[in-house]
Every structure is written in C-alpha cells, then in structure tokens.
Design a binder for this molecule. Sequence first.
Ligand SMILES: [Fe+2]
Length: 408
Amino acid sequence: MRIAFIGDLQYWKAEIENLEYKMRQVSMHKPDLAIVMGDFGGSKMRSVEGLEETKHHVDLIGCPRQAIMGNHDVEYNSEYMYDYDPVSTFREVFGKEPYSATVVDGVLILCVTIERQPLEGLRTIHAVYVSDRQYEWAREQLKKHEGMPTLLVTHAHMAGAGIRCDRPLHTSATDTYLEQTFKPERWQALTKEFPQIKAWCSAHLHMGHDYDTAITYREGVMHISCGVMTCCTRDESCNTRFVDINNGKLTVYTLDHNNDKKLIEDAVLDLNENTPPEGRYYIPQKGEILVGEDDAPTAVYRHPYLDRYYVATQKDFLWEYDGGLWDFTGTIAYERKVKSLSAESDRLYIEFADGEIRSVDPHSRKRWQYTDHINQEYIPESELKGDIMKTVPFSTFSKKEGIYVKFI
Ligand SMILES: [Fe+2]
C-alpha cells in the first residue's frame, strides 16, 4: 500500500503551477491512495470551483483519494462574511465527509479534518480547530480498532512534535499546531491513551523535507511533515511525501519535484515494535525549541507557579512556552522590548522597556498578541506585582531549521 500525501494545494493559477505535470510526477510512483491534506483551491479557495479544480488535478494521479480540510478551507473571511459553508461545499464536491477511518493492510488510517471555530469567542481567523464531537469520534474509532497500528492524518501537527516551522509567522498567528489556543494538550493525551498510534502525518507548514525535524519521534509516535508542490512553499522546496505500508513496516519517502526519477527514502518504522524508526529524524526534548531562522534568544524567564517559561528574542518577541506541551503557546509581546515580568496567581505582569506596565490573565485566550483581528486584553498597571520572574540559564544551537534555545 502506497499513499501520496498532497500537501497544501495553494497556488495562484493551476496552469502556471503546471499542476497537471506535477500530478503526473506523483502518478509515476504509483500510489494506491492520495490523501489531500487541506488548504486547497488555489485562487478560488473556499468555493465550489476551487474544490472542483483540486479534485480534477488530484484525480489525474489515477488512484482513489481522500481529502481533509485545513484552516484556510474553513476560515471566516471578511470579503464574503460568514455565509460560505465549508462542510456542505466539501460534501457537494467530494461526495463524502472530510474525515474518515479506513483499514488498509492491517493499519487504521484515521483522517481528522479541521473544522470552523465557533464564532463566539473568535479572536482571530487563524485557527486550526477541531470540535469535541470529532475528537470523540476519533477516540471511538481507536477504541473500535483497539491495538491496531494507526496512522493519524491531520492538516497540522501535534503540539510538542518538534516539527520545523516558520516560527514568527505561525507563533504570532497562533496557528502553528493542532488546536493551538483551544485544546492542544488532548492530542498528546490521545497518543498516550492509544499507544497504537504509531505515526502521524501532517502538512500546513509549506516547508520541504530536507531537515532533521521534518520527521520527529516523540514517545512512540513518528511525526511526519508533508511538503508542498506549489508556489506556496516557504523555503523554495517542492516536495511531496509518500508513505508505504507493507508487512508491518511504514516507510517514509520524499518526491522532489525537481528531480522526480527516484523517491528518496527518509525513514522506516516497525509498526509492531515499540522501537524508534531508522533513518533521518529528530527526537524533540522538553525545554528545547526553535526560535527562528534569523532570530535568537536573549533571555528565558521561568514562571514562579506554573510550568511555563517566557523566551525573549533579539527581534523583541516574548513567547510563552508551556512545559507540558513542550511548545510555544503564543506571543505575549510582539516586536516590543520587555524589561521584566512578574506573576501573581491570577495575573501576569509585563514591564516594557519604554516604561509601560500591563497585566494579562495567564489562563485566558485573550492574553496573546495576535497578528490580526482582536487585540490583547490587558489592564494598564502602575507597578509590577507579585513575584518578579527570574531568568534561567540557556544555551543555543543551530540547525538548518534555524537557531534553537535549550533551557531545561
Ligand atoms: Fe494550513
């Protein structure tokens, strides 16, 4: 069984992208199934025509297909307000639901779609949201297929998977990983509740496969990031991911669209053993995270009560790191120099270098600075209150992905 993962099909015009040619390149490697990872439709995104165009191109591969939706397929858009219904349009074009559970060669392929976030409490259009209903549906499928090796497929990866990304873009938009600002922790919990989840494919980041952290392995799960074949690439790569499932082994490949003759083998996982894969991948650690391609940490503060850290950078971002998630949760200060931080049990205080002091609710979705839409909700303060946060020692190291900070 060979699966081709068609990463975000965002483009300007299909003919300029030469999508027919690129689909033939995929077809040449004879996939048995194509999974379209969401964010599709090119310039006609969020329309029947856009979805029809996607379907037309993917069908050129000549194998069955399954599609899930991404954040852009469901986002609220001020141009046509909120009258576009993503699910009914998806059903109309693809004739099925945007989520599925299929057993192939003794492996459960569990495809979970992104859904539209509730309008109530909307902070930003950028969201990678999944409803409680679909989360419970996924749990039911895992229970129904108890013990069966499972490949989970979602548009965005799990928090703490350590997958490389465009850091300032996604962290500021708070849409880096699945359910960021909603319930990201429950996806880690799912992998622990169901150790049968052996591998997890995701897209959304528009980056190539030639990084150690394009594939990671955390606590028994191999996280596989899927690149893109169009101009939406963020690093000029043009890669499509292939996965073979044969005789209890899962083999991950890269198709480089600029050199399409042979698939490049990236890593192999034994689905029946609890052993790490063989090949090129990275094992993420708690307290270690990518800061950016051209940004570096200047200080790391530790919260006195919560398992949280705040990473200040040269470009004057202040990012909140959650010790449970092993990931950034959002941006407390956006391109604004912070002088010091303090905390009480129910408030976080920020003193900026220009003298302004404000406090935010450390448990609210309103504490972050989003890159658009609704501003941070804060209270102006005259002084820092509670415990002044201490900085902790940190080190840095560089990879092709950028500069990492390590503080635990
Ligand atoms: Fe996306």
